[in-house]
Design a protein around this ligand. Structure first.
Ligand code: ATR
Length: 276
């Protein structure tokens, strides 16, 4: 029987998930589909409550429904519970279960690009304190990093992350960022700055350690001004497209029974789609 999955969001038309899962379905010759479902915010609770009748074996969940999806779960994995947000749902005996693969996607992307990135790291600096930052701060802490400096325009949101995750998180006002970059070996942008249509993220990178790794979760454009500036200084960089591709892996495996691979061919396909 054909198995159907989809991404649920609002708006959702821009989502690259159908391209990713469509590629894997075809590659593995699986009898399945992966589509888009636009669910309005006021309908989200009802949609998730009745998920067993949706005709889907599972789904991805994107903005703004990750929290509503989490609330609807009969069972949530450890990461979703820690973040209070779910992006991958499936049914088990008619019960709605879910997890959060953003943490996995972030870590798998860095692991694939720079296998020894956690070596002697000590401290990381994370720019931004929104939903994406929450997942990344959790990811870094889960790898045993000593301290995560979180710099945000609205200091209270960075402070909330410290309350949530504990004293290894150090909140910093955006205006005091320069003083925190001295010798920094891992810099992660999670803000929406530099995203198509947003102002660029413009920070001075001279104080970073010469062996620093700079990564951005923004992937439109793929080479953000931050990554460009880092490359110009000879620093290692990892772009955000890999996180998007890797976060899709666990859902596909769960719904369709095959663990798919993030291949260079898939990356090329996604790049061509982004450029179109
Ligand atoms: P997401 O879920 O993608 O993380 P979000 O929760 O809206 O999205 O968070 C966006 C992040 O980008 C926040 O850290 C936000 O800073 P504030 O908490 O101060 O709003 C940051 N951001 C967005 N626009 C910004 C700007 N012009 N200058 C500095 N930070 C900005």
């Amino acid at each position: 029987m054909t198995r159907h999955a989809a991404v649920i969001g609002h708006p959702v038309a821009h989502s690259r998930s159908p391209l990713i899962h469509g590629y894997w379905l075809k590659k593995h010759g699986i009898d399945g589909t992966y589509g888009l479902r636009d669910v309005a915010p006021e309908e989200a609770d009802t949609f998730f409550a009745n998920f067993a009748d949706s005709g889907l074996v599972g789904c991805n969940v994107t903005v703004p429904h990750k929290e509503a999806a989490f609330r609807a779960l009969a069972e949530a994995d450890q990461v979703a519970r820690a973040l209070g947000a779910a992006n991958t749902l499936w049914l088990e005996g008619g019960r709605l279960c879910g997890g959060n693969t953003d943490v996995y996607g972030f870590l798998a992307n860095l692991d694939a690009a720079e296998p020894d990135w956690t070596r002697a790291l000590g401290e990381a600096v994370v720019l931004g304190a929104g939903g994406a930052s929450r997942a990344i701060v959790y990811a870094l802490l889960s790898r045993g990093i000593d301290r995560v400096v979180v710099a945000n325009r609205t200091l209270a949101r960075a402070e909330a992350l410290r309350e949530k995750f504990g004293p290894r998180v150090l909140p910093v006002d955006w205006r005091d960022l320069a003083g925190r970059l001295n010798g920094c070996r891992l810099l992660v942008n999670t803000t929406s700055l530099s995203m198509k249509g947003q102002p660029p993220l413009d920070i001075e990178l001279t104080a970073l350690s010469p062996d620093a790794l700079v990564t951005d979760i923004v992937y439109v454009p793929l080479e953000t001004p931050l990554l460009k500036a880092a490359k110009a200084r000879g620093l290692a960089t990892v772009d955000g497209l890999g996180m998007l591709l890797h976060q899709a892996v666990p859902g596909f495996e769960r719904w369709f029974g095959v663990r798919p691979e993030v291949t260079p061919e898939l990356r090329e396909l996604a790049l061509a789609d982004l450029a179109a």
